[in-house]
Design a protein around this ligand. Structure first.
Ligand SMILES: O=C(CO)[C@H](O)[C@H](O)COP(=O)(O)O
Length: 294
């Protein structure tokens, strides 16, 4: 099958390779000319036969909106756009509506697998109409892992990205739990080899997982993570998960705490803990530390 792929970064570039390895014809476009197969997005569209399928793999938000707008003018009735980035599910409804007005279909695909996806396949969580999902089946089959799982048509437009958002919320909380356990083990004198404790958990335990395997990889590389600073960014999915929880009055204490832990990681000092220290000092005369000492 033929497909256009817009965005050839860490994810899109590897997806192009996996699709080509499976025998599909992929025309890739990226603003980085060194990796792009064509000079312009319009060239990509011109090189595809109809019904044309274009998979968008660019950062969520303004970048995705720009590409969707451009494709809206370049594609024709019956063509289909797939957003495989980490877009907010509410953006999907908007994009689907805009494209639908021009007779162009829209499918949202949450994609998980990171830089390992080329080898292991990408788990896909898809939202959209059955006819569009069916059209894309050969592409999904090539991208997904080889086993029986790793693909779901989760529901209507937006459902794929909603499922991926919740997946990422779970990812936040799992990472935070491993990180907290690791810090506690590192702190106590009684445990001699924390890395070996983590390694031992990789088989037979209740908490074995791919994230645990990756934690062991990281500790093999830098046993006490001394080369890293305790600073973690976020790309939005954790915030959207918490926002959706508030909107639906669903308690998500673990995921929310893991999101907030990332915010805390970006502070040199904690303004709120200054206030806690000041109040303890006010009511109980408890000792405080000077800012100069820190
Ligand atoms: O989707 C992913 C993994 O599943 C991406 O790696 C995503 O960027 C991770 O989210 P965040 O940057 O907020 O940690």
């Amino acid at each position: 099958m033929q497909i256009g792929l817009v965005g050839l970064g860490k994810m899109g570039g590897n997806m192009r390779e996996r699709l080509r390895n499976a025998g599909h014809t992929v025309i890739g476009y990226d603003t980085n000319r060194e990796v792009s197969d064509v000079d312009h997005l319009s060239d990509l569209v011109d090189r595809l036969d109809g019904p044309r399928v274009v998979w968008v793999m660019v950062p969520a938000g303004a970048a995705t909106q720009l590409v969707v707008d451009q494709l809206g003018t370049l594609l024709r009735h019956g063509d289909v756009v797939v957003d495989g980035g980490n877009s907010r599910w509410t953006d999907d409804e908007k994009h689907a509506k805009e494209l639908h007005a021009r007779g162009i279909g829209f499918v949202d695909a949450g994609v998980s697998g990171g830089v390992w996806g080329l080898k292991n396949g990408y788990a896909l969580m898809v939202g959209g109409d059955e006819e569009h999902v069916e059209l894309l089946k050969p592409i999904f089959d090539a991208l997904k892992p080889d086993g029986p799982y790793g693909f779901v048509h989760a529901g209507r437009v937006g459902a794929g990205h909603f499922a991926k958002m919740v997946h990422n919320g779970i990812e936040y909380a799992m990472m935070q739990a491993y990180a907290e356990g690791w810090e506690l083990l590192e702190r106590v004198d009684s445990v001699d080899n924390v890395r070996e404790v983590f390694r031992s958990w990789q088989e037979g335990t209740v908490i074995r997982s791919w994230l645990l395997d990756l934690a062991v990889n990281a500790l093999d590389d830098d046993e006490h993570l001394e080369r890293l600073r305790g600073f973690a960014e976020d790309s939005g999915e954790g915030r959207w998960t918490v926002e959706a929880a508030v909107e639906n009055a669903v308690p998500l204490p673990a995921i929310t705490a893991s999101l907030f832990a990332r915010f805390a990681s970006r502070q040199e000092d904690s303004p709120q803990m200054k206030m806690v220290a000041a109040l303890r000092n006010q009511f109980g005369g408890h000792a405080v530390e000077s800012a100069e000492k820190a």
